[in-house]
Ligand binder design. Structure first.
Ligand SMILES: *[C@@H]1O[C@H](CO)[C@@H](O)[C@H](O)[C@H]1NC(C)=O
Ligand SMILES: *[C@@H]1O[C@H](CO)[C@@H](O)[C@H](O)[C@H]1NC(C)=O
Ligand SMILES: *[C@@H]1O[C@H](CO)[C@@H](O)[C@H](O)[C@H]1NC(C)=O
Ligand SMILES: *[C@@H]1O[C@H](CO)[C@@H](O)[C@H](O)[C@H]1NC(C)=O
Ligand SMILES: *[C@@H]1O[C@H](CO)[C@@H](O)[C@H](O)[C@H]1NC(C)=O
Ligand SMILES: *[C@@H]1O[C@H](CO)[C@@H](O)[C@H](O)[C@H]1NC(C)=O
Ligand SMILES: *[C@@H]1O[C@H](CO)[C@@H](O)[C@H](O)[C@H]1NC(C)=O
Ligand SMILES: *[C@@H]1O[C@H](CO)[C@@H](O)[C@H](O)[C@H]1NC(C)=O
Ligand SMILES: *[C@@H]1O[C@H](CO)[C@@H](O)[C@H](O)[C@H]1NC(C)=O
Length: 722
């Protein structure tokens, strides 16, 4: 039912953002109706086979096949690879499988005129991947498996083959396997060493997603159990995987979803189970702690519910028609309004008129002057490139004044003008000594340009990492502390001092510029938005994805797709850690950690947090300040938005007038919905708003990404947007 609905939603919305209150309200209404509909129509499944194993042992041993002695049940769990031994070598180079010793009919040939039918199934299981004391490097992975037989894993399927295939047979359609892998080792074709993937006949996943983006670590420093939900809708060909810490409810956002016509790949009669492997030098324990499985039964006929189903469908059709009608009504109204606004923005004379009428609008430059100042936008003059434009250095011949010129680069003119107007209306009114100032603008022949103060010392990242074309001196300790305070004061201005609250939305080291005195100045308001002071968040579905840069994006943004003061503070926390540690927030050089914050948190737990301080400083730093900044950085990185400090508190902690925050030894878990208590989200809209976001995204970009929103990853080269 639901999938039909998603598809029917597609046409009215495709290509349009839903960011108007009326449309949002309509969506909520639709969702309410949808829930009502689901309740009405959810007749008990006619014909299902259900299995429930709360633990594993002698009582249910007979329900499983353990094809080799390397797999067994022990300590209440299925141990897919060995779990006890006296010597380490016993653990190495292993692959194992455990399957339910019962076959399931997974598809049915069409009887006259009908389509081929594919069985739906739902499964939930608890996994625990554990690095025993003796294992220096963990590896390799565990997977949920649909297999044509319940026999042993193929020979040579240890290591990267995860007990699924081997170098000879990998990728062959005769394997007839479909698996969901939970992989702790990065191969060349994997995104990282902490990912989930959908595998069809091959160890190279058809679709993968880094679990780090969801705050999940398959192998956390302290053992954790995870719940995995896999739901397959055979009618719609929709395959969805959810994952959360054991005990937490099923999250709204899946870690993976894919279109999959199972009947194209698996044997008509197949087995369900698990496979896993260890490597030549790395091993881990791959345990399944409990398992529920429900499979649609295609063997027998369940006609008894036909009437109920028909009533359900009828009710569904009526509700859908009503809802879509309502939605279209609202939508077309909003669209007309929006089109009108857009048309106005498109007309160059109207645009220029708008610009000129902006209060306090700075100087209008002539295009030919800017072209001359930048040597015709010469490559050599390029300072950096961001999501919305390229930044060039400009020098005016007459008086030698240096400026930074941002040329809006989107091909799509309409978007450029929209971006341009958005940026202008925000930045035009902001004045603060730690914000990069706007000097003027130019709009000629459809080319949009903004002129800013030139920052002779480039961006902060150039001084921390000293890569790229401009080799900058290493930023000494006292300047780092100063820059942190400068950015905090700019943030406080944006969030609290200006008469409307502005969220920056893309705070990162390449957007922090250093002026001649090496003082920090916040730049790039391309993503900044004014939000009403009464509301604490700004809701918008970006067609392009979650704005921001990976490592600086607060976890809740993956669920809400909206920026708040709290998500800016999260990014500020990432920036603080970056300043002190001299490492990027998303960091590949720390063994076992994908994010700097997790490494720092581990050091904090072990009481050695100052080991995190940038080694390039050669010990030349103040330990108490470093401690204060690191603790503050961790506090700002709290997964729960309401727990993060506010800009005013941040300034006081940086000044030392407030003591450093108390930070728990373990990073608290991220829970969704997380912030109900902090009052950050629209009243009454928590579940529904995020749910609508989810639904709309699944219907719009169904196959485009594993995340419902693809973060915009901006390269960190050079002066990345002024
Ligand atoms: C395990 O197998 C036994 C014997 O076939 C059966 O009675 C029992 O229901 C099975 N247990 C589960 C949870 O399916
Ligand atoms: C799956 O494939 C079979 C034949 O290959 C086809 O009959 C069926 O309609 C497909 N199902 C979906 C949902 O595409
Ligand atoms: C799977 O779960 C969904 C809802 O979560 C339900 O509608 C569906 O009937 C279930 N399918 C099976 C095979 O249990
Ligand atoms: C299996 O289902 C039972 C009953 O609904 C539930 O209590 C249990 O937590 C489930 N186990 C798993 C692994 O989901
Ligand atoms: C692992 O090592 C720790 C201390 O190094 C010890 O306390 C613990 O008992 C060991 N665990 C196992 C399973 O050997
Ligand atoms: C892979 O498995 C097949 C049988 O499943 C076997 O014939 C072949 O020898 C194996 N290849 C390697 C490299 O072990
Ligand atoms: C995805 O699955 C299809 C179907 O088996 C296969 O042909 C294709 O090569 C796979 N793609 C990747 C990237 O593995
Ligand atoms: C994981 O599950 C096992 C078995 O149910 C339990 O003994 C253990 O305490 C759990 N571990 C955590 C960290 O929850
Ligand atoms: C594991 O396999 C590797 C390479 O295949 C081999 O060099 C190593 O000796 C094996 N180790 C053990 C303990 O079998």
């Amino acid at each position: 039912m639901r999938s039909t609905l998603l598809i029917s939603l597609k046409s009215p919305f495709s290509g349009h953002r839903l960011c108007f209150p009326a449309a949002a309200a309509a969506t909520k209404l639709l969702l309410l109706l949808l829930f009502a509909h689901e309740t009405l129509a959810s007749s008990p499944p006619s014909d299902y086979l259900s299995f429930s194993f709360p633990s594993f042992g002698p009582d249910n041993r007979g329900n499983f096949t353990f094809p080799t002695t390397d797999s067994r049940d022990s300590q209440g769990a299925l141990q897919i690879t060995p779990d006890t031994a006296n010597d380490d070598s016993f653990f190495l180079n292993k692959s194992g499988r455990v399957l339910l010793s019962r076959r399931f009919r997974l598809w049915k040939d069409p009887s006259s005129g009908n389509r081929k039918r594919t069985a739906s199934f739902n499964t939930t299981f608890f996994i625990n991947i554990f690095k025993p004391n003796g294992s220096l490097i963990p590896g390799e992975g565990l997977s949920f498996l649909i297999s044509p037989d319940d026999g042993a894993p193929p020979p040579g399927s240890s290591g990267g083959y995860l007990g699924l295939t081997n170098s000879t047979i990998d990728g062959h359609s005769s394997n007839q396997i479909v698996a969901v892998e939970f992989d702790t080792v990065k191969q060349s074709y994997d995104p990282d060493d902490n990912h989930v993937g959908l595998n069809i006949n091959s160890i190279v996943s058809n679709k993968t997603a880094s679990l780090s983006l969801f705050g999940i670590q398959l192998l956390p420093p302290n053992p954790a159990n995870y719940t995995v939900w896999i739901d397959y809708d055979g009618g719609a060909g929709q395959f969805i995987v959810h994952m959360a810490l054991q005990g937490k409810p099923k999250p709204l956002t899946p870690v993976l979803e894919a279109r999959l016509n199972l009947s194209d790949y698996v044997n008509q009669d197949s087995y369900f189970g698990f496979a896993a492997s260890t490597g030549a030098a790395d091993y881990q324990l791959n345990c399944v702690l409990a398992w529920n499985l429900t499979v649609e039964n295609l063997d027998e006929k369940g006609g008894g519910n036909l009437w109920k189903i028909l009533v359900g469908i009828a009710a569904g059709v009526v509700v859908i028609a009503l809802a879509v009608g309502l939605l279209l009504f609202w939508h077309s109204k909003e669209r007309r309004k929006k089109m009108k606004r857009r048309m106005a923005a498109l007309d160059p004379s109207v645009l220029t008129g708008t610009l000129k009428s902006l209060p306090g609008m700075p100087k209008e430059f002539e295009y030919k002057d800017l072209r001359r100042a930048t040597n015709g936008f010469e490559e050599k003059m390029k300072l950096g490139q961001g999501g919305f434009g390229i930044v060039y250095k400009g020098v005016f011949a007459d008086d030698g004044t240096q400026v930074a010129v941002k040329k809006f680069s989107r091909e799509d003119n309409m978007n450029s003008q929209d971006d341009f107007l958005k940026e202008l209306t925000v930045i035009n009114r902001l004045r603060h000594k730690h914000l990069v100032s706007l000097l003027g603008w130019c709009h000629e022949n459809g080319v949009l340009l903004l002129v800013y103060d030139y920052m002779p010392n480039g961006s902060l990242d150039q001084h921390l990492y000293r890569t790229g074309s401009a080799v900058r001196p290493l930023l000494p300790w006292n300047r780092r502390v100063q820059v942190a305070a400068d950015v905090a004061s700019a943030l406080h201005y944006l969030h609290h001092e200006y008469n409307e609250c502005v969220v920056h939305r893309d705070l990162k080291s390449s957007n922090v510029m250093l002026d001649a005195a090496f003082r920090g100045r916040l730049g790039d308001f391309g993503l900044a938005r004014v939000i009403d002071i009464d509301k604490t968040s700004y809701a918008e579905l970006e067609a392009a994805g979650v704005p921001g840069t990976l490592g600086y994006i607060a976890p809740e943004c993956f669920h809400t797709a909206r920026a708040t003061r709290e998500s800016d503070v999260f990014a500020f926390g990432a920036l603080l850690l970056e300043l002190v540690c001299g490492r990027r927030p998303r960091c590949s050089t720390l063994p076992g950690f994908n994010f700097l914050v997790d490494w720092v948190w581990m050091l904090h737990r072990e009481g050695t947090i100052t080991e995190a301080v940038d080694e390039k400083l050669g010990g030349d730093y103040a330990a108490d300040e470093a401690f204060r900044l690191l603790m503050l950085g961790l506090a700002c990185s709290h997964p729960v938005p309401g727990e993060r400090p506010k800009a005013a508190g941040i300034i006081q902690i940086l000044l030392g007038t407030l003591p450093p925050p108390v930070v728990p030894p373990f990073k608290p878990g991220f829970m969704w919905p997380a912030a109900e208590t902090s009052g950050e989200y629209e009243a009454g809209g928590v579940g529904l708003t995020s749910m609508s976001t989810l639904l709309l995204n699944s219907s719009l970009n169904y196959s485009s990404s594993t995340l419902p929103w693809t973060p915009r990853i901006v390269s960190n080269v050079g002066q990345d947007d002024v």
